[in-house]
Design a protein around this ligand. Sequence first.
Ligand code: NDP
Length: 249
Amino acid sequence: MAFDFSGQSVLVTGGTRGIGRAIVEAFAKAGARVAFTYRSSVQEAEALKAQLAAQGTEVLAFQADAADFEAAGRVVEAVLEAWGKIDVLVNNAGITRDNLLLRMSEADWDAVLAANLKSVFNFCKQVYRPMMRQRSGRIINISSVVGVVGNAGQTNYAASKAGIIGFSKSLARELGSRGITVNVVAPGYIETDMTAALPEQARQAMLSGIPLGRPGTPEDVAQAVLFLASPAAGYITGHVLHVDGGMAM
Ligand code: NDP
């Protein structure tokens, strides 16, 4: 599908690598102005900014921990100051700290819930008023197949990703009458830095559970996000779109 986001302002959290980067690049290709955040990958951020600017995209990059409410406020304020509006918010930033619950530390629980779930609260709350004033907006939150079906060794991650689904459905009900849609994309096994660390045995086990027989690409996820942000998805809200090759049907 060819998308056209000319004149639209898009904000993506965790945009320097993997799925977030593919989302940033896809919106830029479709003509949007794109702002993205990251936590520590300064070099990747600078390179991406230069790459997008060279192709004529208006781009803003912010080093900001998505788990930090005040930092989220500063990012949203800066984007509004530069471009006057935020049409699309994509909450993509996320981390894993896997372990069996028996061995999981409180710090690993807290870190994952903060980076993956509180971050979604932070940015949605910060764009709430501006989008209400605009009487339009698209919010797309990145969950995971693990938030739907669970996964041994990922209680913290699964809780954060299931939390995103409940949060998004509630917010979709709150904001529907204001012309704002809130949807979730639940990726399956996507090849990024996050999954590169998986041992070969775990990778094969994962692949055997995918009816389409291949891992997903960051671009597979990006296309689903652009669809949900596009006019074609204007009557879709509170939906969880699985982009997982059939893993969780
Ligand atoms: P990567 O680890 O490849 O990239 C994560 C991105 O998020 C980086 O740009 C990173 O920036 C940023 N980030 C992480 N924590 C923070 C933070 N606290 N504040 C700001 N930015 C942050 O991950 P993926 O691309 O694989 O995953 C992206 C999203 O998709 C995540 O929410 C993940 O849970 C979800 N997902 C991924 C799947 C997969 O198979 N890969 C499957 C299902 C869901 P920096 O490098 O600066 O830290």
